[in-house]
Each structure stands twice: as C-alpha cells, then as structure tokens.
Write a protein that binds this ligand. Structure first.
Ligand code: UTP
Length: 450
C-alpha cells in the first residue's frame, strides 16, 4: 500500500495517537473478520508519508520553474529512414516490451467497470483491452516474434480485469501477457484525516500512473521483461485506441539517440488545451502540467505564429530498461488532486466530501533520465483519448477519430472511400498503422467489401 508501513501490535492505538482515530470509529461494532480486514488495511499505511503529503498539500504553490521551449524530433527528420530501420530491428529481435497502464478509476467516463473493458464505439464494440491485445498480436505477427505485454491494474479493478482476460482466453496471448498491481494511498479530508469508504474499509485510491515503475519492479515484471530480452519499453495508456505502440520510428529514434526516455507529442489543438506540454524547466526537459503553465506562456508564439509551448503530451513513452531499473524505488514526487470522495459521516451515513488524493505521474521521471527526446506525431493518426461520457474526449469523438483515420488511410493509399458510404471498421489485427494498412489493403479490396 505504501512505502513504510506503520507497524506495532496496536494499530488502532497508533492511529489514535497520530490523530487518525476516526479510521477505527466503528471498529467495536464490526465482526472479527471485518476488524481484521480493517487492521490489515491500516497496517499498510505509511502515516509519516501521509502527514508529509498533507502538509505539502496545505503548503501553497511552489515556485514555478523558468521555462523555455523544447525542440522535438519530427517525421521530417533526415534520420527518419534510419530510425525506422532501427526500430524494426528492435521489434524483429524481440527487444521491445509493451506496458499499458490501466489501474485508474475512470471516474469521468462513469463506466461501471475497468476502462479497458469499455466497448469501443466501433461496429464490433471491441473492448479497449481486446483492441490493444490485437495490436500486440499483430505486431508480434509482423515482427515474427512474441512481444511481451505488461498491464498495470490496481486493487480498484484487478479482479474484474483478470476475469475479463480469463473469459476471453487471454485474447490469444496466454504466456505473453502479465499483470502488475500498483500501490494504493488513502484519500484524506482537507485536514489530512484519512477517510473511510465504509465502516470497515479505508477510502484508498491508486497512486497514479507514476506508480507504474515501482509496480513493474514489485510485480516481477521488470525481471520478466529482462528475461524476455526487452531493452526498450513502449508505455501507453489504456484509453487511447489510436496509439500505435509498435511505432518503429519512435522506438528507433530512442535507440539512435541513446536516450533513456521519450515522449510522443502532438501539437496542441488550441493554446489552452488541457494537456501537459514538453518544455525545458530550469534548463531540464520536463512535462509541465497545463495547470502549471501561466496563460501568457500558454498563448505565446514564435515569429511564425507557432505556440512556443505547443507540444502536447499524449502519455506514450519509450523507457530504457536500464532507466526503469535505476528508477525503481527512487520515488517520484506526489501531486495533490482535489476530488469528490464518497465516505461516511460520524454517524455512519454516506456522504460525499471534497477531499484529497495523492498521485505520482510517470512524466516526472523525465528530469532524471540521462537523455530525453520528444517525438512529434499527428493527432489524427495517434491521439483520441476516451475520458468523458459526453463532449470532448468521449465515445463520440473517439468514433469520429477512428473513422477519419481509416478514411485518410484509404485516401493516402490511392483508394478514397466514397464520401456517402459507411467507413469499414479496421481493427488493429488488420492494421495498426499506415504501413500495416498498405500490407492489408489488397486483402481488403479483394474481399469485395471495399
Ligand atoms: P487518467 O489520469 O485519465 O485517469 O489516467 P482515469 O483513471 O483513466 O480517469 P479519471 O481521471 O478517473 O476520469 C490516464 C491513464 O493512466 C492510468 C489510467 O488507467 C489511464 O490508462 N492510471 C491512472 C493508472 O494506471 N493508475 C492511476 O493511478 C491513474
């Protein structure tokens, strides 16, 4: 659950002594099994860490770093062909491992289940996990090897996720997919008091996607990647079905530059888009959250009218195994999120309060990397995240993005689709990027449907 568990024979007393006695408010009424479960949960909580985090949350804003623009690598680079060849070699040699983070709570989507089980807005209603499983299978087929895949889950969704994979026969990937579990942290009120989720359980939430590095190490998956011969990890989120996790250019540039970490970026759609941006912060590469980017800088442009801080983070990264090994256990900084948290009042009645959750972010590893690059990709090719039930980044926008991309692939291949006709569904096993689409096209047209 946390870094340094509180120990000792009398956990409830230890909590009371630290001003956290409310955790055991209903303890005496609980049956022994629930008492034991609550004590076990409490035992895993590092009260010192929590105190530090609450103090940090109340401490006000820290000083902003001095920012400067960062120059990305683009697909116009003269080294593109070499990078693609290098990336293909890495994939052919089985030196790439996939890593999906899927431990989040998906609160905004409001779906009753892990986001990875959400049926995509495509005719087949394929769930996100199945979609990425097709990607992994297709990339393995294309590169004639078995590329390993690790998925991070959390206590909030582990059971349902594993059942989902089991019910689908591991999507044909048994033996080459593994799960790791991230740690959880308690949610607290504005005074730093731990909140209960029920009379016998603490309100815990996953420790952010930054928890993925420790989760890889804790769960033995770093070791497994090593045994599989992985040298570069392709990290991505479960909610962006357009992403190509087996992009030879991105992987190849990582290797060519000898970098330890890379980030795929897209140009921001407008200056105030809610996306972190890649920049130099106090001279070091970093991703600066949109909340931390002053509006005048967010709007600032160069002589050509391009945003100075326009490289939007899409949360797809390359990570060297050596870097992951070094960062495991190193600890990333915590960020505080104010969120609505369902809890109980003093008499045990349910209520929702504004409280605090603590999360780490994977991109906070960037300043520690010996060598970092950003790789600019097209939003229309690779970015349409599923975040909300309606409006921006919703099933509707994802469906449109997938359709537009398919239309564009047909157009680029010289076989434009009739504007009036329905766009065929292309799932990743058929094609997960334009190159694989070109390979699949003769079969698609021969089948008569196109
Ligand atoms: P988001 O920050 O968008 O969170 O996560 P979310 O859980 O999907 O949705 P909200 O904010 O509750 O609405 C981006 C990616 O990071 C993963 C998510 O599963 C998603 O793939 N993530 C997030 C984790 O794996 N663990 C976390 O603790 C947080």
């Amino acid at each position: 659950v946390s870094e340094g568990p509180t120990s000792g024979p009398a956990i409830p007393d230890a909590f009371r002594a630290r001003g956290q006695g409310q955790v055991f408010r209903f303890f005496d009424e609980l049956p022994p099994a629930e008492q034991a479960a609550l004590v076990a949960q409490a035992q895993g909580i590092d009260l010192d860490l929590l105190k530090r985090l609450s103090a940090q949350a109340s401490g006000g804003d820290s000083a902003l770093p001095t920012l400067a623009p960062f120059t990305p690598i683009t697909r116009d680079s003269p080294e593109l062909d070499t990078a693609v060849a290098t990336g293909r070699d890495l994939l052919d040699e089985g030196k790439v491992g996939f890593f999906t983070v899927a431990g989040g709570q998906g609160t905004r989507l409001g779906y009753d289940g892990p986001k990875g089980c959400y049926p995509l807005p495509v005719p087949s209603r394929m769930p996100l996990f199945a979609w990425f499983a097709e990607c992994v299978r297709a990339a393995s087929r294309r590169h004639r090897t078995k590329l390993p895949w690790v998925i991070m889950v959390s206590a909030a969704n582990e059971e349902v996720t594993l059942d989902h994979f089991c019910a689908h026969d591991w999507f044909g990937l048994e033996g080459s997919v593994r799960f790791v579990r991230q740690r959880m942290l308690p949610a607290v009120d504005d005074d730093g008091r731990i909140l209960l989720a029920s009379r016998s359980s603490i309100a815990l939430s996953p420790n952010g996607h930054g928890g993925s590095i420790d989760a890889l190490a804790d769960g033995g998956a770093l070791q497994w990647f090593e045994e599989c011969g992985v040298e570069v990890v392709s990290y991505f989120q479960v909610d962006n079905p357009l992403l190509n996790p087996a992009d030879p250019a991105f992987l190849g540039f990582h290797r060519l530059g000898g970098w330890e970490m890379g980030a795929k970026v897209v140009l921001k759609s407008h200056p105030l888009e809610r996306a972190g941006v890649v920049a130099l912060a106090d001279g070091k590469p970093a991703i600066v959250e949109y909340t931390e980017l002053p509006e005048d800088l967010a709007r600032a442009t160069d002589a050509g009218g391009r945003l100075l801080y326009g490289l939007g983070n899409i949360a797809a990264h390359t990570l060297s195994m050596s870097f992951l090994r070094r960062m495991a256990g190193a600890g990333l900084p915590y960020h505080v999120a104010r969120k609505k948290i369902p809890t109980l009042d003093a008499s045990g009645e349910p209520l929702t309060v504004m409280g605090r959750k603590f999360e780490t972010f994977i991109f906070d590893a960037i300043p520690a990397a010996e060598g970092f690059f950003a790789f600019l990709t097209e939003r229309s090719e690779e970015f349409a995240p599923l975040k909300n039930a309606k409006g921006d980044d919703s099933p509707e926008t994802v469906a449109r993005a997938l359709e537009n991309r398919t239309r564009e692939w047909f157009r680029r291949a010289g076989k434009p689709l009739d504007p009036g006709r329905a766009v065929p569904e292309i799932t990743p096993f058929v094609a997960y990027d334009f190159d694989t689409f070109l390979l699949a096209l003769p079969g698609l047209t021969a089948s008569g449907g196109i």
